[in-house]
Structures are given as C-alpha cells and as structure tokens.
Write a protein that binds this ligand. Sequence first.
Ligand SMILES: C[S@@+](CC[C@H](N)C(=O)[O-])C[C@H]1O[C@@H](n2cnc3c(N)ncnc32)[C@H](O)[C@@H]1O
Length: 208
Amino acid sequence: MGHQGEYIDIHGKLLPHAVVLLFLRGLERKGDVKSYCNGANVAGRWFFQIFNKEFVEELAQVINKALGLRRKKPPVLEIMSGDGRLTEFLQPLIKRRIIATDSKDGRYNIGYPKWVETLDATEAVRKYSPSFIVMCWEPHLSMTGIELVKSGIPIAWIGNPNMCGHTDIFDHPHIPLESRYALSRHDFFLKQEFKTDIFFFNCKPEWI
Ligand SMILES: C[S@@+](CC[C@H](N)C(=O)[O-])C[C@H]1O[C@@H](n2cnc3c(N)ncnc32)[C@H](O)[C@@H]1O
C-alpha cells in the first residue's frame, strides 16, 4: 500500500512471477482486481496484461532468436502499447532497439507517456518496417492483427483469443507459447484460471 492507502504499482519494476501472483491473489480476495487494473494504484496505471520477470524473459528469448544474426538492423516494434511498460521491460533484454507506438485513441483511460509515439498500428509498421512486432491486447474485433500477419513479419500476439482481436487470426499458422507466467486482468488467480498466452505468427518452431 502507498502512503494514502493506494495499492503499490506492480509495474513499477519488473518483479518475479511468484511476487506478482501473490499480490494479485490478495487483490482478488478483496474484489479489487478490476479497479486496480483501471488505475486504482499509486501510479494510476491502466493495463490489461500484468507483466513479470519470467514472462518478459521468455518473450525476449524468442525475439532474440528471431533477430538471429541478421546484419540489417530494423527495430522491433510494439504496437497498441498502452503506457509502453512492456517495451521498457523488454528493451534491456533484447539486442535491438524497440519502439513503442499507440494511436492513443481516447477510448481508454491509459496515461500515455510522450515517448510512446502516437501512431496507428498499420502506419507504424509502414514507417519502421520492423524485424519483429509485439502486440498485447489488441482491441476486441480489431482486424489489424490479421492484416499484419499477412505481411509475413514475425509477430508476438499477447492476449486472450476470445477477448481481443478477431478469432479469424487463428486461421493463420501460429505457435502458442503455453506460458506458465502469463497473467491478465481477467484471470482468476485463486482458482488458477489463466486466460492469456503469447501466440507467435510467422515464427519458426525452433525460435520457440
Ligand atoms: C486494450 S488496450 C491494450 C494496452 C496495452 N497493450 C495493455 O496490454 O495494457 C488497446 C490499446 O490499443 C490502442 N489501439 C487501438 N487500435 C489501435 C490502432 N489501430 N493502432 C494503434 N493503436 C491502437 C489503444 O489506444 C489502446 O492503447
């Protein structure tokens, strides 16, 4: 808890999975998960996926394998990044620059920092021709993910297949990570019912 009784910022720094899970179980006992993820925390953060060290490390490992030994250095691109926290957590772990972008479309109460570039996802891909795309909690029924999969660029799609994006995206070849560390605002932490994963598109099995 903060000085005025607000909850700590679980995204203040990258914490181990066990610590984050324990915290979320405490929130769930009090019925506070939703409000917590909707800004009722000292940092006022609004987020969908809840990051932890193991989760970010396993994502970084795949990205690094995908980047391989290529001499050309196009950046990694996070689209729909929200407050950019995933990009900040990933950057020290990956060997390429990562750029966070978001259209900041005003439908969410997310506190977007200025350094997160205001850019529509498709335009961002056109601008940066990235070597790898990260997208986390694409809005429900958005078709952008499907369009980007068709580009052939390796993509890490994070979220729940029924709650984000369009389920047709799964008609395209993909590999689920089956992460033990994926946590989100819609999970039941006490019952251990976890709803999200990382799905890799345009990625080789040996990277995962
Ligand atoms: C559900 S939020 C997810 C935010 C963050 N990735 C997370 O997991 O908490 C969706 C985000 O996508 C952004 N967004 C929606 N459509 C977009 C588009 N076409 N291009 C870029 N960003 C978009 C919204 O502004 C919002 O920040």
